[in-house]
Design a protein around this ligand. Structure first.
Ligand SMILES: NC(=O)C1=CN([C@@H]2O[C@H](COP(=O)(O)OP(=O)(O)OC[C@H]3O[C@@H](n4cnc5c(N)ncnc54)[C@H](O)[C@@H]3O)[C@@H](O)[C@H]2O)C=CC1
Ligand SMILES: O=C(O)C(=O)COP(=O)(O)O
Length: 601
């Protein structure tokens, strides 16, 4: 066995990181459709990544902003749909406790209070559009609530609106229109500027930025772009040069903004950056109002640094009608219309978000999840038995802990012949976390909040890989879970290095416990388990079996792992039913039995 190891610390649940891990294909995975069943404490229940109000009860979806009919129809096939538009924050907080999912556009603030008010029922927030700056992602993650968006269906609409604003601004269309309607005919006043040959800086070269750039090139503009995360070859492919922020703003005749609003992009255009721009620059913003310091923009317009601005979005929406910026004669404005075309709204975005929300309520994780790691369907299907094994090992390990300082340090070791980058352990880690934390708390752990919950409870989970020789056909050979710095109620579960240690394997598709402490055992993890340490001697299996038999407890598996014949041994007994305390006591009283523990799975 060639062993090479690498340690991965649990990353903080960073929504941006999670979304950057998402798969590019629209593949989805469904944990519920894999029918994972976890029989433990609260009875046998269908395990879903996102528990909804139960599979029999129809979930309730609150649609808080106008959504196209095609999307509503899709939702209604699966859920009770409550369309309540223009709710005040208080009304939303009240209603949310009755809802499993919430769908919003940019006009609703989904604040921490919304998640707190939901009392744990809210499982999905669907943002019917791209920007999720109106959703408190950290609060969603902490509450185990999945956030999905509709990232593709309004791209063209937003890009076309950017072009519409660009051309309308350059030719004073809005001002000229207003003056003609006011009875004037000012042909000299509204002489515009041409676009052809001018340099356009596209700030944020994502979906909208790319589509806008393509169209601007068609208008004969020289297009450059700034985006620290965009691949240069994608830009080159459409004849756009990626440049630094300073170069972009210093050389542009027109600047069009297409980055998301984040702490980094907030007020990216400010007094200092306006000062670096070419005098007479023209600015289009269909991204978010907050990426511009609006007061600084007014100053830049007044001083002539910025000749004109065309704005679809504002820091506060709607902006005050007295806003100096909105009223500025060199500024044209629209009321956040970027995504508002018939094509984008009636079907596109509405269907994209309805499918994502329904999928999530069914326990699937849509490829548009913003705050959960994505795992392609085929990978998850292959990992299915290991996912069950992982949760059960976590559940077993934590039940072996007694007293002490609590569970703080967990090490998971995956032995596999697969190359590290060919084995995605995020789901397994989440399930081990679930197994460890749920039996000792009231928290419901799912893929969305597993890392967060572990971190919050001070549980540090490190992962290690052991690279095995041999065929990488099966994703994993074994999973080992070790809990350090704790005492065990079953001393034999402590390994020679001092940690509680359990290890399991998947055999013929069924998870098995294969090691406890230093003892090799082999018991299928289908029911619950009794572990006994004993002095190895004939007749033990019969004695224990007969005590359980008298109580009609069905034994599914028995296995004895021993150091040497007639020395210390650990007997693992799989049982379908929970034995009574008396039976366990009677087993414990068998003279050769030194310790016994019952572990619920
Ligand atoms: N006005 C409207 O109705 C609409 C507005 N939007 C806004 O447009 C934004 C972009 O949408 P998409 O292109 O679909 O998103 P996207 O995620 O495809 O593109 C965003 C791009 O911005 C880049 N970026 C991130 N930080 C940056 C920084 N500091 N400087 C420069 N670039 C940076 C990213 O690398 C990414 O390539 C959305 O976040 C949303 O706020 C989108 C649709 C409609
Ligand atoms: O998709 C986006 O980011 C948008 O800004 C569109 O917003 P809306 O859905 O039209 O309120």
């Amino acid at each position: 066995m060639a062993a090479s190891t690498s340690t991965l610390n649990v990353p903080s649940l960073n929504p941006k990181l999670s979304s950057s891990l998402s798969i590019s294909s629209p593949a989805q995975f469904s944990i519920s459709s894999l029918s994972l069943r976890a029989a433990h404490g609260r009875g046998s229940r269908r395990f879903v990544v996102l528990a909804t109000g139960g599979l029999d009860a129809k979930p309730t979806v609150l649609v808080a902003e106008k959504l196209g009919a095609a999307g509503l129809d899709l939702l209604k096939e699966f859920a009770n749909v409550d369309c309540s538009y223009n709710l005040s924050p208080e009304e939303l907080n009240t209603k949310i406790s009755l809802c499993d999912a919430l769908i919003v556009r940019s006009g609703t603030k989904v604040s921490r209070e919304v998640f707190e008010s939901s009392g744990g029922r809210l499982k999905v927030v669907g943002r019917a559009g791209v920007g999720i700056d109106n959703v408190d992602l950290a609060a969603a993650t902490e509450h185990g609530c999945l956030v999905v968006n509709a990232p593709t269906a309004n791209t063209v609409a937003a890009a076309e609106h950017g072009i519409a604003l660009l051309a309308a601004m350059a030719r004073n269309v809005a001002q000229a229109d207003a003056s003609v309607k006011a009875g004037k005919w000012l042909r000299n006043k509204y002489v515009g500027v041409s676009l052809v040959g001018k340099t356009l800086a596209v700030m944020g070269f994502g979906k909208v930025g790319t589509e806008l750039a393509r169209r601007a090139k068609g208008l004969g503009m020289h297009v450059i772009a700034h985006d620290p995360y965009a691949p240069a070859d994608r830009a080159r492919a459409i004849g756009v040069e990626l440049v630094t922020f300073d170069e972009a703003i210093a050389t542009a005749d027109f600047i069009s903004l297409h980055m998301p609003l984040t702490p980094t992009t907030s007020k990216m255009l400010n007094d200092e950056t306006f000062g670096k721009m070419k005098k007479g620059v023209r600015i289009v913003n269909v991204a978010r109002g907050g990426v511009i310091d609006e007061e600084a923009l007014v100053r830049a317009l007044d001083s002539g640094i910025v000749a004109q601005a065309a704005l679809d979005v504002f820091t506060k929406e709607p902006p005050s009608p007295e806003s100096k910026l909105v009223q500025h004669e060199n500024v044209i404005v629209t009321p956040h219309l970027g995504a508002s075309t018939v094509e984008a709204q009636v079907e596109g975005v509405a269907i994209e978000i309805a499918e994502a929300v329904v999928g999530a309520l069914k326990g699937e994780l849509a490829s548009t999840a913003v705050n959960a790691p994505m795992v392609p369907a085929e990978v998850l299907s292959e990992l299915k038995p290991y996912v069950i094994l992982a949760e059960k090992l976590g559940r077993l390990a934590v039940q072996l802990v007694t007293g002490g300082s609590g569970v703080k340090s967990v090490k998971v070791t995956y032995a596999s012949a697969r190359a590290p980058d060919d084995l995605d352990t995020r789901v397994l880690r989440a399930m081990i976390t679930k197994g460890i934390i749920e039996p000792i708390s009231s928290v419901f752990v799912n893929l969305v909040n597993a890392d967060f919950t572990a971190k919050q409870r001070g549980v540090r989970i490190t992962e290690e890989r052991i690279l095995l020789d041999g065929s990488p056909e099966a994703p994993l050979d074994s999973i080992q879970v070790q809990i350090a710095n704790v005492e065990s109620k079953f001393a034999s579960a402590i390994s020679d290095t001092g940690e509680i240690r359990v290890e399991g394997r998947v055999k013929d598709g069924v998870p098995h416990l294969t090691r406890v402490g230093s003892f090799e055992v082999d018991v299928s993890l289908e029911g619950s388990i009794i572990l006994c340490r004993q002095v190895d001697q004939p007749g033990m299996i019969g004695k224990v079996g007969s005590i359980l038999g008298q109580e009609n407890v069905n034994v599914s598996f028995m296995s004895v792992g021993r150091i040497a014949p007639r020395k210390q041994a650990v007997m693992a007994i799989g049982v379908d039913d929970q034995p009574s305390k008396e039976s366990l006591q009677r087993i414990g009283e068998i003279p050769a039995v030194e310790e016994i523990v019952f572990l619920k799975l």
